[in-house]
Ligand binder design. Structure first.
Ligand code: AHR
Length: 498
């Protein structure tokens, strides 16, 4: 029987709660008809933001929300989204379906959403089609206490500065954000970042647009030019990495549901590639910054499948199953395992787009939470807790030439002294019996929950909204310091030892 040994007396680095962040782009039905329903909608809302969804995001204590893109960010001009809504320009959303972007949701509305959710905003600045002056002014508009921009903000309804801390300086500047080379962008970053200014009590956390997948050259150049460059490390608090799990070809044709065991394994194997990417980008950063002052920010990750039949291909609307929940668990375990360097991350995207935590019916209809939402609920205990060393001798699986863990686990020490363990079984067919041994601490199993379903392709639907959800994990056997549990095929568990 595989053993999971947890060294409970050796707390390590803090697991930054910001790795549990989310992402909401002006894409498909994420903002409009997802989060934003408008003040006149029949569905309950507060100043236009859908209340049941806000409540669901509060429940998983979303720490930060990235906005307005994505690719949309480098086509977005913040001044078009302030002032009276009926006078805001209507633009074409060139990246996502060519639909009209009414600019109804702008800076004031989005920052109101963040206050309702209780999370930090993470604003993505426009480098691709913007200017340093435009980004400088957006920072000043949000964060300055006085001056003309602060007066304009007050005239638009907000007297006190928001003091937005998290700022992205461009997005995917190697692609939709300007098709730049690493060398060119590194110099652009230095120029743009120079004008993103700290205001009193509002120091900025600037995140540079980083590599995609295995582009270690990009990370090397950015670290060389922007961390150790003439401006010093303080201009780049984070460097991003984007990696999506895309089974099959591009554009994605693999279905979100109705997969077979090979399709399941493909997602596990490709998802696990994140570990290698993080490890090697981390090594590239270590060469310039051995003390990990600059964070690796995985501000886009998640599964990417074929869109649901009959939906706009530009809207990236996909269903979810427990396969995505296990992928989320596997990925969060990777981030936690690298939490010395990975201190901020964003799942793409909050609602109705890609690996969403919620789906809504068109026309502001019913809301359903996905199994991925349940994983974020199971991982709440890890927010800002201390990581504990974990050794697991479960066998690795192999698919498409990639080795990945059969069982992946994380343990942490909470402020109240509890030891929290999360583990997933990546096998779609066989249960995993696991002997969990707590070394260095006497502690009793206080709670155990399980996310599992007998049929892995089951979805949460508007008619059966909680077909896949958590329930108490039954059958745990305790003997001395060892607790034995059985994880059903394709499942995620969370245990608390007090
Ligand atoms: O999340 C969807 C898109 O994927 C984002 O807009 C872009 O940054 C990435 O390529």
């Amino acid at each position: 029987m595989p053993r999971l040994c947890i060294h409970a007396g050796e707390p390590g680095p803090t697991i930054d709660r910001h790795i549990f962040g989310h992402f909401s782009e002006h894409l498909g039905r994420c903002i409009y008809d997802g989060l934003w329903v408008g003040e006149d909608a029949r569905v309950p809302n507060v100043r236009g933001w859908r209340s049941d969804l806000v409540a669901a995001l509060r429940q998983i204590r979303v720490p930060n929300l990235r906005w307005p893109g994505g690719c949309f960010a480098d086509d977005y001009h913040w001044r078009e989204g302030i002032g009276p809504r009926d006078r805001r320009p209507r633009r074409i959303n060139a990246h996502w379906g060519g639909v009209i972007e009414p600019n109804t949701v702008g800076t004031h509305e989005f920052l109101d959403l963040c206050e309702q959710v209780g999370c930090e905003p993470y604003l993505a600045g426009n480098v691709g089609s913007g200017s340093p002056a435009e980004l400088r002014d957006w920072v000043e508009y949000c964060n300055a206490a006085g001056g003309s921009l602060a007066e304009q903000r007050a005239a638009n309804g907000r007297r006190d500065p928001w003091k937005v801390r998290l700022w992205g300086v461009g997005n995917e500047t190697w692609g939709c954000g300007g098709n730049m080379t690493a060398e060119y962008y590194a110099h652009e970053y230095r120029r743009f970042a120079t004008y993103t200014r700290d205001f009193p009590n509002a120091p900025l956390y600037r995140v540079a647009s980083g590599a995609r997948n295995d582009d270690y050259h990009w990370t090397d150049v950015m670290m060389r030019e922007c961390f150790k460059g003439p401006i010093g490390g303080s201009m780049m608090q984070g460097l991003s990495l984007h990696y999506y799990t895309v089974p099959g070809d591009w554009p994605p044709r693999h279905p979100a549901t109705g997969f077979d065991h090979a399709g399941w394994k493909s997602v596990m194997a490709l998802g696990w590639k994140m570990d290698d990417y993080v490890r090697r980008h981390r090594a590239a950063m270590d060469r310039y910054d051995p003390d990990a002052k600059t964070a690796l920010v995985v501000d886009e990750w998640g599964s990417w499948y074929a869109v649901e039949p009959g939906t706009n291909p530009g809207f990236l609307h996909q269903q979810q199953t427990i396969r995505d929940a296990v992928l989320a668990s596997l990925t969060l375990n990777i981030f936690i395992n690298h939490c010395e360097r990975v201190r901020l991350a964003n799942l793409a995207q909050t609602v109705n787009v890609l690996q969403a935590v919620a789906l809504t019916e068109e026309g502001a209809g019913r809301l359903v939470l996905t199994p991925t939402w349940d994983v974020f609920a199971l991982y709440l205990a890890h927010h800002d807790a201390k990581r504990l060393p974990v050794f697991c001798d479960a066998a690795h699986a192999r698919h498409e030439g990639i080795d990945y863990p059969g069982v992946s686990a994380t343990a942490s020490l909470a402020a109240d002294g509890a030891v929290n363990v999360t583990a997933c079984n990546t096998d779609p067919a066989a249960p995993a019996e696991l002997a969990i041994e707590l070394a260095g601490r006497a502690a009793k199993l206080a709670d155990a929950r399980l996310l599992a379903t007998p049929v892995l392709t089951t979805c949460n639907t508007y008619d059966q909204p909680r077909a896949v959800t958590t329930r108490p994990l039954a059958g745990a056997r305790v003997s001395g310091s060892t607790t034995t549990v059985t994880l059903p095929p394709g499942s995620v568990a969370a245990l608390r030892f007090a």
